[in-house]
Ligand binder design. Structure first.
Ligand code: AMP
Length: 610
């Protein structure tokens, strides 16, 4: 036996990576020299579309190339699979079908492949983020997707908590109350976080796991379809390819409306009738768009009120508002925040990267890479969890009342036990029905699982006690145990079992299926895909100057990130500095900053002869 390996362990840490598995995009980060750093994905990008394509030769393709195929091959592509996580559904890609976990596993496998390349091959642990408002089922499905992709899933953490962690790392000295308003592609979350002497405590969370940019896109699709119906009596949503084309168009229109007041829409071919192309010409302005999405934005405002009230705070107690998620680029969101809190949201947080960076911070705290940071984080259960009981408040007891054992916003991990008694004479079994939600009646809450504890001694009603224990862990996964007080007999269930009653064999089968379909080839498939991509160019529509600047800046970023590997010392530092400048110019969308960043890029490229 030697001590050398022990020494090695104390100085090097397993690189656990943090992954933001988003509805629209996926990004990952790791800890490098005590701070979180994004993993460079294809072409040096920091995120990739969460889109999966099963190409005509049945090969799985993930990311940009899959996204390019969305319109051309709607039957072979899947976007926004996160919205179906935890559901028992099968998604068809071509002739094959996959569960939402398997599709997500393809996305995560792509991350793993890149991480293996950049951080070294071998077993990889991961912290994966989920919306705070994800249910147990959705969390379990995410964990399973990570495992199917070949990760050891260390922890599932809440997205707003991750964003707060990224912010906390940069502002360790600050004592403040912050709001994280996270509006992404598919989900909305809001959390109140207290930062005090390096301790980051989530006080309350609320949200809607089915509210996000995707819904805005569909509202625009409906608006466009109504226009078409009015002029042509054809509903383009009835054809899968036309629908996909309008959805793609709707997202572009929506994003343009974040920078422009009016967007002219000219789609030469939406659908075809009697062999003639049918197009669409329309104009949508920002006010009309805001009207479309207003009910959803008002819902987010309602949740802001709820978290503040749950945390016993007023809007004026909030020191900073962090905006996370791509949909927070909508100017109306800024206005909503500014008028609600009477202060503008914080500008220096990158809404696309904060969650992955924060997941990496959590990973670093776990692996030891950041153990000296002094940062500690605590989180809460975002919803109440409990069991069905008899409602004894009335003269005649009524079944189906909800009794919360872990009320929402309880700090986790938490274990709570409560005692219940039998309700009938000679009752020898009790059914434990587990629900989550906030309603007084279980039928309005979300059913999680049930089990029966048998073998109770036959006694008179109310004389036999059963202790029910709820354990909710840091991954947000619940375990419930029921124990007969007199016999000590007990039974427990993990909510995992509710969705995944499958055996280890079923998991292995899924893993084999994912591995067989995901066959990596390190070649750029974009050109090959163009063969199938017959989306039309809109004639006569010229690029906007701002978009040109954005495209140029992105090109420089790509070019420099490729060069990073060939440089060291001062050149590398200069490259990193200019890349940071480009990054912040891109985030600001300010033409002056973008111009400045491009000028610096040109100068540097000349200096370094690259
Ligand atoms: P995320 O899930 O955080 O990656 O956010 C993706 C969502 O943000 C998608 O629905 C995008 O369409 C949306 N998004 C990205 N940029 C903008 C923008 N400039 N304006 C409005 N929505 C945007």
């Amino acid at each position: 036996m030697t001590h050398s390996s022990t020494n090695a362990k104390t100085t090097s840490f397993r690189p656990i990576i943090g992954i933001d598995l988003g509805t629209t995009n996926t990004a990952a980060a790791y800890i490098y020299k005590q701070s979180p750093r994004m993993i460079q994905l294809k072409n040096g990008e920091h995120m990739m579309p969460s889109v999966v394509l099963l190409d005509p030769s049945d090969k799985v393709i993930v990311g940009d190339d899959a996204r390019s195929a969305l319109v051309a091959m709607p039957n072979r592509t899947k976007a926004a699979v996160k919205r179906e996580m935890g559901e028992e559904t099968l998604i068809s890609l071509g002739e094959k079908s996959f569960t939402p976990e398997e599709i997500s596993a393809f996305i995560l496998k792509e991350i793993k492949r890149v991480a293996d390349k950049q951080l070294g091959e071998g077993e990889k642990e991961a912290v994966i983020t989920v919306p705070a408002y994800f249910t147990n089922q959705q969390r379990q499905a995410t964990k399973k997707a990570g495992e199917l992709a070949g990760f050891v899933v260390e922890r599932i953490i809440n997205e707003p908590t991750a964003a707060a962690l990224a912010y906390g790392m940069q502002n360790l000295e600050e004592n403040s109350h912050i709001i994280v308003y996270d509006l992404g592609g598919g989900t909305f979350d809001v959390s109140v976080v207290e930062m005090m002497d390096g301790i980051l405590e989530v006080k309350a969370s609320a949200g809607n796991n089915q509210l996000g940019g995707e819904d805005f896109d569909w509202l625009v699709v409906d608006w466009l379809s109504e226009k078409m119906i009015a002029s042509t009596q054809i509903d383009p949503r009835e054809d899968i390819r036309s629908k996909a084309r309008l959805k793609e168009e709707a997202e572009k229109i929506k994003e343009k409306l974040s920078y422009e007041d009016t967007v002219n829409i000219a789609v030469p071919v939406v659908t075809v009738k009697n062999n003639s192309p049918i197009g669409l010409d329309a104009t949508l302005n920002r006010d009309e768009f805001v009207k479309l999405i207003e009910p959803l934005l008002l819902e987010t405002e309602e949740k802001l009120r709820q978290v503040l009230s749950d945390a016993n705070l007023k809007a004026t107690d909030i020191d900073e508002v962090l905006l996370v998620g791509g949909s927070t680029r909508i100017p109306q969101v800024h206005q909503l925040i500014t008028s609600f809190f009477q202060k503008a949201p914080k500008k220096d947080v990158n809404p696309d990267e904060a969650v992955a960076l924060g997941a990496a911070v959590q990973a670093g705290l776990k692996s030891g890479a950041l153990s000296n940071s002094g940062l500690i984080v605590t989180d809460v259960a975002p919803f109440s969890m409990g069991i069905a009981v008899l409602d004894n408040m009335r003269s005649r007891a009524k079944p189906g009342a909800f009794h919360a054992i872990i009320p929402r916003n309880t700090t986790i991990p938490v274990t709570r036990t409560e005692s219940f008694t039998t309700s009938e004479d000679n009752q020898t079994a009790v059914s434990i029905e587990i629900y989550q939600g906030e309603n007084d009646w279980v039928k309005n809450n979300y059913f999680l699982n049930e089990f029966i504890l048998e073998g109770l001694p036959a006694k008179r009603a109310g004389e036999e006690a059963v202790d029910v224990t709820f354990r909710y862990n840091l991954n947000g996964i619940l375990e419930v145990t029921a124990k007969s007080a007199s016999t000590g007999n007990e039974m427990s269930v993990t909510i995992e079992d509710a969705i995944d009653r499958s055996s280890e064999q079923a998991f292995q089968d899924s893993m084999t299926k994912v591995e067989a379909a995901y066959e990596v080839e390190d070649q750029d498939l974009a050109e090959e895909l163009n063969l199938f991509d017959f989306t039309e160019d809109v004639p006569g529509e010229s690029e906007e100057p701002l978009e040109e600047l954005i495209t140029d800046a992105k090109e420089w970023k790509k070019r420099f990130s490729k060069e990073l590997h060939n440089c060291d010392g001062v050149s590398k530092e200069e490259l990193e500095q200019v890349m940071m400048l480009i990054e912040s110019a891109l985030n600001s969308n300010d033409p002056a900053l973008l111009n400045k960043a491009i000028e610096r890029s040109i100068d540097l490229a000349i200096d370094l002869e690259i």
